[in-house]
Each structure stands twice: as structure tokens, then as C-alpha cells.
Design a protein around this ligand. Structure first.
Ligand code: FES
Length: 137
């Protein structure tokens, strides 16, 4: 009987959601080098890069509405590539079509789990934003 109780406890949605919640907590820092080193803090490791950017009221190009179909939201990863969740299917498709390089991620797909340093590619910079000179193509 005790065995059943333990099993129920381990598989109960309340218990597993607490584990998932605590795993996804903790501060992470997103730095955008060519946006004057803009520093964004997130405490939710389930958010995509662009969701974090938009929560801080920063404009970032996203022509397909964050659906992983256009690449206009791409970010060049300068540091912390290992701190992202693995590539999504949409990102892998873009790599296969040579629309995404190895050091780039779609900000609408990529979920940072730790600190990262990124750049906005020159090609997708917005005219009303001020970018630094260290921007790359
Ligand atoms: S907004 Fe189009 S791929 Fe991310």
C-alpha cells in the first residue's frame, strides 16, 4: 500500500510541475553586443530569445510572426552557444537550406537556459534602432 502511495506522489501532476518549475527558475542574462551591450534579465527558462527581448520592450525583426519560417529574427551567437536548448526542427530546416549558419539561431525558436551574448545581423537591423559598429552580417 505504501508503495502505491509513493508511486502516486511521484507521478502526480502537482509534484512533477513543481520539479519543472524549479528547473526553469533562476536568472539568466542575455546581452546584445551591437545594441550598446544591452543587458536583458530573464527568470523564466522556458521563454525564447525573442520573447525575452520583447518583454523588455525592445524591437526585433520577426516577419513571419515568430513561426520559424523566415529567418528575419536570427541572432548571431557570440558566446554561450552551449546555453541554448538544442536546435528546433524549424531551425534545422533553415540550416539544411543554407539560410542559417552554425553560429546563428532563430530567436523565435531558441530558448536560452544560461547566459548568452548575441548580435543582431546587419541584414535584419531595424532602421529606427541604433546599432553599434561591431555588428556582423
Ligand atoms: S520570426 Fe520568422 S523565423 Fe523567427
Amino acid at each position: 500500500m505504501t508503495h502505491l502511495k509513493v508511486k502516486f506522489f511521484l507521478y502526480s501532476p502537482h509534484f512533477t510541475s513543481k520539479i519543472v518549475q524549479s528547473y526553469n527558475m533562476g536568472k539568466i542574462t542575455i546581452k546584445v553586443k551591437n545594441l550598446k551591450g544591452l543587458k536583458l534579465i530573464s527568470e523564466d527558462k522556458r521563454q525564447t530569445l525573442i520573447e525575452i527581448v520583447h518583454l523588455h520592450q525592445i524591437d526585433w525583426m520577426h516577419a513571419c510572426g515568430k513561426k520559424g519560417r523566415c529567418t528575419t529574427c536570427k541572432a548571431i551567437i557570440l558566446e554561450g552557444e552551449e546555453n541554448f536548448e538544442p536546435l528546433t526542427r524549424a531551425e534545422q530546416k533553415m540550416i539544411d537550406r543554407n539560410k542559417l549558419r552554425k553560429n546563428e539561431r532563430l530567436s523565435c525558436q531558441a530558448i536560452p537556459k544560461g547566459n548568452v551574448l548575441v548580435n543582431v545581423p546587419k541584414m535584419y537591423q531595424l532602421p529606427h534602432m541604433q546599432y553599434g559598429e561591431e555588428s556582423e552580417t
